[in-house]
Design a binder for this molecule. Structure first.
Ligand code: GAP
Length: 514
């Protein structure tokens, strides 16, 4: 199966089992907006809790905040979002479709990479066992020509973006002979800058003075509350403020399911430090965040750091943690050393001092900030796509299973009476009652036991508990484990402790700390 087919299956599975629905579907949907169904909301809440517990509960110097989505419009002038939160866009005059100029070029580069793969494939077929991939890549004239093209186009694109050279981007699109995927023509408009913030009106008077924005990042709510939190919590530097909340961006190219959305959720933490100590903390948070990702057990090969070469004007270091999504390695989380840019800008625009008095050095200063910023929806997609597997079983059967980290699974245990008679449902409800205070559970008595196992595998339930006639005699049940499908007989009295430890955040977090 190709990665593209796999991704299609993953999206279909997310819908079929109540994880993610297209928004407003009965009206043909709303582009790049999605709703989370009964299973999706549980998984999403578990992701948020896991992040919150590890950030706020596990660090004595990190506290939480829940700032409003609407903020004073001057905030977005101070932060630079009004002037510079732009994407370069280009329209095709025939199809009237709008594209991000840099994305058209990135797609073109990806196609060139695919061409290299095809050349390798051809070579492998031709030379069989004797085929030497590294040597082929280093010497084949076709491959070398394509590589040269990739380097030249990549370099020109980078330079044009760095210089904000919109005409240069357009010329590159023309030189690469990129056609509109819809009309198939090269009839392009000029490239223009497009601001990604959504705006709306506040109050009843419809003039510019009342124009406000839906926040494009949660971070500014933290910056403008820096002194409120520091003073009321008597926080001493270094300390952090964590927040989870919605953010909105009018993405031109919204695609890849919930990877790039127009309404999404972020989990951000701003860590306020002494000027001059920011690199120490930047490296600390890089390592910490990778450890957090690793604690979910998806395997180290799925993550990599991507250090930014081109830094935003306010940053003195920045990197992404990238994840191996079905469509390749892409950004999952950003870690940025933002200097004192944001607080200094707010000091300037609001006219209010944003300084901290450091009792250890007897100095007042505007703190520097190291930020960790991760999307809830991208984390969801990372976990969901890595967990999804289609497995062949004995007897010609197959199953779709979500091997989600146990601690994040939407349903932890399913309670299944073998048959719907002989007092088994009543006994099963007793077991359900025993567990339901400690974990999310499902009771299911419909269909054959095999079908019920398949349904639970499909939503990632780590434990199935089957109540049969023997249960009535000796009060034991069958406990089936999702990944291995191993079954064991255990007393009802042992069930709670047995499952509780595996599903507890403290168990997973102790792995993080150990
Ligand atoms: N405060 C810094 C900031 O917002 P960012 O790299 O623009 O930085 C941080 O965004 C994270 O938010 C990304 O790593 C990604 O996980 C998530 N994110 C950004 N744009 C998104 C979108 N359109 N849809 C879904 N998630 C998005």
């Amino acid at each position: 199966m190709t990665q593209e087919d796999l991704f299609k299956n993953i999206i279909a599975h997310a819908k079929e089992y109540g994880f993610v629905f297209p928004s407003s579907e009965i009206y043909d949907g709303l582009s790049a907006v999605y709703d989370y169904g009964p299973m999706g909301v549980e998984l999403k809440n578990n992701i948020k809790s896991y992040w919150w517990e590890s950030m706020v509960r596990q660090h004595e110097n990190i506290v939480g905040l829940d700032a409003a989505i609407f903020m004073h419009p001057k905030i977005w002038e101070a932060s630079g979002h009004v002037g510079a939160f732009n994407d370069p866009l280009i329209d095709n005059k025939e199809s009237k479709k709008r594209y991000r100029a840099d994305v058209l070029l990135e797609d073109y580069l990806a196609k060139q990479e695919e061409k290299i793969e095809k050349e390798v494939e051809k070579g492998r077929k031709r030379f069989g066992e004797a085929f030497d991939t590294p040597q082929f890549l280093a010497t084949n004239p076709n491959v070398l020509r394509i590589k040269e093209k990739i380097n030249t186009v990549g370099q020109r694109m980078k330079e044009a973006l760095q210089r904000n050279d919109l005409e240069g981007l357009r010329q590159l699109i023309l030189d690469c002979e990129i056609v509109c995927p819809v009309s198939g023509t090269r009839n392009w408009t000029d490239v223009r800058q497009f601001n990604l913030m959504f705006s709306t009106q506040m109050g009843s008077v419809n003039d510019d003075a009342n124009q406000i924005y839906l926040r494009p990042e949660t971070a500014q709510g933290i910056f403008v509350n820096f002194l409120n939190v520091q003073k009321t919590g008597r926080m001493k530097i270094p300390f952090g403020i964590a927040q989870i909340g919605k953010a909105f961006r009018n993405e031109i190219v919204a695609r890849q399911f919930i990877f790039r959305m127009r309404e999404f959720e972020q989990m951000e933490m701003q860590f306020f430090v002494r000027p001059g100590e920011e690199m120490k903390w930047y490296n600390y948070w890089k390592a910490e965040r990778l450890r957090w990702h690793s604690s979910m057990g998806l395997g180290p090969d799925r993550y990599r750091f991507h250090d930014h070469e081109k830094l935003a004007h306010y940053a003195n270091a920045a990197c992404d943690i990238e994840f191996a999504f079905p469509f390749g390695f892409k950004e999952l989380e950003g870690i940025h050393s933002r200097t004192d840019f944001d607080l200094s800008q707010h000091q300037k625009f609001s006219g209010r001092k944003q300084q901290y008095f450091d009792p250890e050095t007897n100095e007042s200063y505007v703190p520097y900030v190291v930020e960790t910023s991760i999307g809830v929806d991208r984390t969801f997609l990372a976990l969901f796509s890595a967990a999804y597997a289609e497995e062949a079983l004995e007897g010609g059967e197959s199953r779709a299973v979500l091997k989600l980290p146990v601690v994040l699974a939407p349903v932890k245990a399913a309670i299944l009476p073998l048959v719907k008679k002989d007092g088994l449902p009543e006994k099963a409800r007793e077991v359900w009652q025993l567990l339901t205070y400690d974990m999310s559970t499902q009771y299911d008595e419909k269909d054959s036991i095999g079908k019920r196992y398949r349904r639970q595998d499909a939503i990632g339930t780590p434990y199935c508990i089957t109540i049969d006639h023997q249960t009535l005699e000796d009060n034991t049940v069958t406990l089936r484990e999702r990944d291995s499908m191993r079954q064991e007989r255990i007393p009802v009295s042992a069930l709670r402790n047995r499952i509780r430890e595996q599903i507890s955040f403290s168990h997973a977090l102790s792995r993080l700390n150990g």
